[in-house]
Design a protein around this ligand. Sequence first.
Ligand SMILES: Cc1cc2ncn([C@H]3O[C@H](COP(=O)(O)O)[C@@H](O)[C@H]3O)c2cc1C
Ligand SMILES: O=C(O)c1cccnc1
Length: 317
Amino acid sequence: MTSFDEGAAARAHDRQNSLTKPPGSLGRLEDLAIFLAGWQRRDRPRLDHAQALVFAGNHGIVAQGVNPFPAEVTALMVQNFHQGGAAINQLCAVAGAALTVVPLSLDQPTADFTQGPAMTADEVASAMQAGADAVDPTADVLLLGEMGIGNSTVAAALAAASFGGDGRDWVGPGTGAEGEVLSAKIRAVGAGLARHSPDDTRGTLAAFGGREQAAICGAVLRARELGVPVILDGFICTAAAAVLTRDDPQALDHCLIGHESAEPGHRRLIAALGAQPILSLDMRLGEGSGAAVALMVLRGAVACHNGMATFAEAGFG
Ligand SMILES: Cc1cc2ncn([C@H]3O[C@H](COP(=O)(O)O)[C@@H](O)[C@H]3O)c2cc1C
Ligand SMILES: O=C(O)c1cccnc1
């Protein structure tokens, strides 16, 4: 497992203080450059090769009436990703990220978690492996996203299982649930929590699903082995990755949270993780869209870190 290089981070910190600006004046851009230096184990971090992975899966929980949109939309959106017509295509193009979409057995939804475990241990293992295998070892940064109708309900269940609380604490509108659909989401999460009490990462993924959540976990673990820093997306992506903290509280140390989603559970989740999102733009889309916008901020941080003159170079004093 690649660790944070304290030496590279210390040298990046010293460099920040030698650049032609008042120390600290670039605020969190400085912290982000130092974070990248430490995890990339390189004094001058780089973002030449940004990889974006969007994992897609389908969910049996849609049988509980938790969605305004039908499950068919998952496959239609995968087609849209391949045709370049989705938000994530535009944002990756402008942010300079190479997008790969990984559909995971879309014709075999996971089981309804109110009736039994969503996935078998083998299904969890193979989805985690698919996530790990999709990571490009040459990437300088990895952006993660998801697509799966019904997965805001899955995310609420995963967050509750990982951090406590019930459906009411974690359920939000997702794609736009209100009234009876929102009540059905809260009931479904409550029923799932009453049925399953997993206490580790794989058990939690098996209980509630889904394949794209397990793939996100596999990709986060693989990125850590490779020393590739990660940008997580919104509520659904963060809830998936956060399941890893059940086995290891430090599992997400190499991850940034790209943005705070408008989905209300995300703020609670970010607080539970003790993290600070890069952006807060009232986005609530998923697909990795908030991670892609946050990459543009990282590019600014790295450009200043690597391109600015030091006081000595600029001939000050
Ligand atoms: C057209 C469309 C495109 C999307 N892109 C991401 N999501 C987002 O919405 C879903 C989660 O919300 P829920 O639990 O309410 O289904 C996920 O697929 C997520 O990525 C979309 C949803 C729709 C309808
Ligand atoms: O924050 C998210 O990940 C999100 C919120 C609503 C719908 N889809 C995704």
